[in-house]
Design a protein around this ligand. Structure first.
Ligand code: DQA
Length: 144
């Protein structure tokens, strides 16, 4: 069985209430529930982790060295543009990952145009809203 880990970075716990014109009206629970349903239909195991602290996110990434995660779907949120520590953790564990952003980071402020993750990622999905997570999951499932 394939084990997929979905990691959500800071402030994504506020989805639904947070700048809905940019991030949409679905809550994080809505997004996770939808992904759970899809994973269950495909018979794969999926786990979710959201945290606002960089250290907790680094620790969770490091855990994939021993927890059997085969694939990571990650929205590093604001840490996309700042976190060498999370980048190094992903490089260290060597688990393939897709970087997802709800908004199109390239059509926003210039400080959002750079990601510390994209060159390590299998792929990047940015600007397709919650659908981006679904597409990432579909891709991960084809890699079984
Ligand atoms: C985001 C884009 C980031 O620039 C921002 O800091 C976020 C969310 C997105 O999903 O569009 O918190 O990753």
């Amino acid at each position: 069985m394939k084990n997929i880990l979905v990691i959500h970075g800071p402030n994504l716990n506020l989805l639904g209430m947070r700048e809905p014109e940019i991030y949409g009206r679905l809550t994080l629970d809505d997004i996770n529930r939808n992904l759970s349903q899809k994973a269950e239909n495909m018979g794969v195991s999926i786990t979710f982790f959201q945290h606002n602290a960089e250290s907790a996110l680094v620790d969770r990434i490091q855990l994939t060295m021993t927890d059997g995660a085969d694939f990571i779907i990650i929205n590093p949120a604001a840490f996309t543009h700042t976190s060498v520590a999370m980048r190094d953790a992903l490089a260290a564990v060597n688990v393939p990952f897709i970087e997802v952003h709800l908004s199109n980071i390239f059509s926003r402020e210039t400080f959002r145009h750079h990601s510390y993750f994209s060159d390590l990622a299998v792929g990047v999905i940015s600007g397709l809203g919650a659908k981006g997570y679904e597409l990432a999951l579909e891709y991960a499932l084809t890699k079984r």
